[in-house]
Structure formats: structure tokens, C-alpha cells
Ligand binder design. Structure first.
Ligand code: F0G
Length: 434
């Protein structure tokens, strides 16, 4: 199988055998999986991919492995899948009103098995680990990657180590990792410290690294873009808007769409808009300067959106290529804007964790600046589930506060005695009759 594909350095183009553990090129640069897709036929692929939507069992029932012709040819018996993907795409009048974009849709990646988009990359990463004969895996994480890796490692029977920044991970995510049996390494520092250390420790102990610098992770994550394309019947939207942290997701979605376009399954690329939290926005700083010079770093990144509290993104080079190649852009949004967007997403009945809602906040900002037009078609990626980061919500919604857009949500409970009379009074007051 080693001859069917290889690992390629994204900057130098140097290639390496895929069947030996390797995360970086000899010069330290990022790697990507290179797979010959030249024999694929667009019409045939569309038909096959459409047929597979009906699959209820087997590897191709997964919304990742459905695209297996575009993925590394890992044999079925090494595939570790939780039937991830197949996430819903919603339209919402409420979000159209909030963002100012009539054609906005949201792709809800929080509907994956562990509640975030990370499951797509993880199924491929853990399958690669199994194929490579690995028995232990590790990642640094702001929470979702660790929850996902812990789950998939448990399914595969592997030992899992999650490196987390102390105090920087939402309780729900940490609980997932612990409950799935991972060992938690708590670093008294931030995500960037954890990321640096996990790489060193993995090299020293021969533990398989499953952060998104692992090119197999990116392969699985490509399927978000591919599934958006399929959801849209291969007619690409004008924009895909998504939150940016470590920047693996942007890189992956772009790679997937680039490959679909090369085969002719889609005929154009959407523009990619990467949204960062203002307190953790190195890519945005780089974008403003035309990406001149070295990747930027923000020391002490700070935002309510803990999932994207990252100052030194690992996939910088790939992400810059994605932004440039799609005539995309990078925007940043304040925590207040993220909270307002989260309220809009939640009260629209959809719900997502704070970091996810950076995409919606970013779209609103871009639309009000006239960069995205009211009539443009846009898919915002909601990366994580509403229950992931409940503390952020509870801590930041003022009791009894109303939404800026007048949606009038109250977080005041109607406190009642356990009598019908008391409950009746409370409800009547709420309805304005009491
Ligand atoms: N949204 C959520 C909910 C995330 O968990 C992350 C990243 C992102 C967006 C950003 O994606 O890193 O590919 O640019 N979470 C990682 C983690 C860092 O450890 O769970 P990215």
C-alpha cells in the first residue's frame, strides 16, 4: 500500500513513504497526504457518492469514509469509525435576520458522535494509527480534540494521553476525555505550551501524535468541505465561513474542495472566510499585513471562546494557502460579538458552543461592512455542540438580559412553590396577565 500514496512537504514538495511514522518534513515543515486521483471520473464519483448516502452500515455509511476514493487507502479492517459526519445543514430565518444574509445556512458539526467536527479527522487519524501498528496516542487540546481522540482511541483499544492547558478546557469536554478512559496531562500553561510539549513527548516515548499537524487527521477533516459540496448538490456557495484556531480545519476543508474541483465534481471553489477571536487572532494580524514574513504569534491568547484560545497556530502555512487560493479573507470578532452570535444561534433553536459561533459573528460583521452581500450564498460551519461549553454560556448571560436584536430571552427562572397556585401565578406573570 505504501506505493499508492505518499506524504509530501507542502513547501518543498519533498516526498516521504507513508507507512513510517512521520509528522513533519526533514526541514520541520508541514506534510500533506498526496494521492493520485487522476483516474477518478466526475460523473461516476457523483453517482457513487449519491448512492452511498443510502448506506446504513459498513465503512461507507460514515460521512467521512463515504469519500474514500479521496482518502488514504487504509484497509477496512483498520478503519476505526463511529459513523461520523452526515451532519445537518440548516436554513434559519432568524440567522438570516441576525447576519443580514438571506442565503445563510449552517453546517452543524456539533452533531458528530462526540459533539464536534474533530471526529472527522480523528476517524482517519486513529485508523492510520491502527494501520501503522500504534498502541498509544496523544494530542494537545483545548478540549474537543481530546474528547474525540479519547473516544476513538477507546474504540480502537489504544492508550490515550490528552495534554490540556490548566483551567483552559470546558468541563464537558474534559469529562468526555476522562470518561472515555484517557490519561489527562494538565499543563500549567496555555494550549501553545501543551502543543509544544506533546510533540516532544511523543517523539521521546514513541506515542502516536494526533494533533492536526498529523496529515492523516487533515484527510478525514477534508470531508466537511466535501459534505458541504454534496449537501449543496455540488453547487458551491459563494462563501464558507468558519472559526479559526490551530487552523487545521480551514486547511482541510480547502484541500478537500481543491481535490473535488481537480476531479471535476465541483466547478468552483467558495471563498473561505476564517474568523478569529480578537484576543487570539494571529492569523488576522498576518492577513492585515498581507501575510508578509513569518507566522505571527499572540502571547497569552485570551477569549471567552476557549476552543480557539490559541496564539501560535500549527497549520499556518496551509491555511494561508487556503485563504489566498480561494480569494478568501480573515476577520476577527470581539467576545461580545461572539456572545451575541451565540445567543442568536441558540435562540434560533440550533445551538452551538461559543467558538463555533465566531463564524456567525464574523458573517454578521462582514455583511454589515458590505463584504458579503445580502444575496450571497453562505455556509457557516458550527464546529461544536451547545452542551460542550455550558460554563461560558451560564457565566456570560446576564440574568434577565434581553437580546440586542430584541429576541427577548430571559434567563430568570420562574421560581415557584410546589403548589398549583404558585405555578399558576408565575406563568400568568410571564404571559403578562398577572
Ligand atoms: N471550533 C471549535 C469548537 C474547536 O474546538 C476548534 C479547535 C476550532 C473551532 C478551531 O479549529 O483549530 O482547526 O482552526 N479546537 C482544537 C481542540 C484546538 O483542541 O479541540 P482549528
Amino acid at each position: 500500500m505504501g506505493s499508492e500514496f505518499h506524504l509530501r512537504a507542502v513547501v518543498t514538495g519533498e516526498t516521504y513513504a507513508p507507512d513510517r511514522v512521520r509528522y513533519r518534513a526533514d526541514d520541520g515543515g508541514l506534510l500533506e497526504v498526496a494521492l493520485d486521483q487522476s483516474s477518478l471520473d466526475a460523473g461516476e464519483m457523483r453517482r457513487v457518492l449519491q448512492d452511498r448516502l443510502a448506506h446504513r452500515g459498513g465503512v461507507t455509511a460514515s460521512g467521512v469514509w463515504r469519500y474514500r476514493e479521496f482518502l488514504p487507502p487504509i484497509p477496512d479492517d483498520c478503519v476505526v469509525s463511529r459513523r461520523e459526519g452526515n451532519t445537518p445543514t440548516y436554513e434559519s430565518d432568524r440567522l438570516a435576520a441576525f447576519t443580514g444574509v438571506d442565503g445563510v445556512r449552517v453546517k452543524h458539526e456539533g452533531c458528530n458522535p462526540t459533539g464536534s467536527f474533530k471526529d472527522r479527522g480523528m476517524t482517519c487519524g486513529v485508523s492510520a494509527a491502527k494501520w501503522l501498528g500504534q498502541t498509544s496516542v496523544a494530542c494537545a487540546s483545548t478540549g474537543n480534540t481530546s474528547a474525540s481522540m479519547a473516544s476513538y482511541a477507546a474504540v480502537a483499544g489504544m492508550k490515550a494521553f490528552v495534554f490540556i492547558p490548566a483551567g483552559g478546557v470546558a468541563a464537558g469536554k474534559l469529562a468526555q476525555a476522562v470518561l472515555h478512559g484517557a490519561s489527562v496531562v494538565q499543563i500549567e500553561g496555555n494550549f501553545d505550551d501543551a502543543m509544544r510539549l506533546v510533540q516532544e513527548v511523543c517523539a521521546e516515548f514513541g506515542v502516536y501524535l494526533l494533533n492536526s499537524i498529523n496529515p492523516f487527521r487533515i484527510e478525514g477533516q477534508k470531508a466537511i468541505g466535501m459534505e458541504i459540496a454534496q449537501d449543496c448538490c455540488w453547487q458551491m456557495p459563494d462563501w464558507i465561513v468558519l472559526p479559526g484556531g490551530n487552523l487545521g480545519n480551514t486547511s482541510a476543508i480547502y484541500k478537500g474542495l481543491r481535490e473535488l474541483k481537480a476531479v471535476g465534481v465541483i466547478d468552483r471553489l467558495p471563498r473561505m472566510a476564517v474568523i478569529q477571536a480578537a484576543g487570539a487572532a494571529p492569523l488576522h494580524a498576518g492577513y492585515i499585513d498581507g501575510f508578509a514574513g513569518e507566522p505571527r504569534t499572540v502571547h497569552g491568547p485570551d477569549t471567552i471562546a476557549s476552543a480557539i484560545r490559541i496564539g501560535a497556530p500549527a497549520s499556518w502555512v496551509k491555511c494561508v494557502d487556503a485563504v489566498r487560493s480561494t480569494e478568501g479573507l480573515v476577520e476577527s470578532v470581539t467576545d461580545d460579538e461572539i456572545i451575541a452570535a451565540k445567543r442568536a444561534v441558540d435562540t434560533a433553536g440550533i445551538g452551538a458552543e461559543a467558538a463555533s459561533c465566531a463564524s456567525v459573528a464574523g458573517l454578521r460583521r462582514l455583511a454589515s461592512a458590505g463584504v458579503v452581500k445580502r444575496g450571497d450564498s453562505v455556509v457557516c460551519v458550527l464546529t461544536g455542540h451547545i452542551l460542550k461549553d455550558a460554563e461560558a454560556a451560564v457565566g456570560n448571560y446576564g440574568i434577565g438580559e434581553s437580546l440586542a436584536d430584541g429576541a427577548g430571552v430571559s434567563f430568570d427562572p420562574i421560581v415557584c412553590q410546589p403548589t398549583l397556585e404558585s405555578v399558576r401565578d408565575g406563568i400568568a406573570r410571564e404571559l403578562g396577565g398577572g
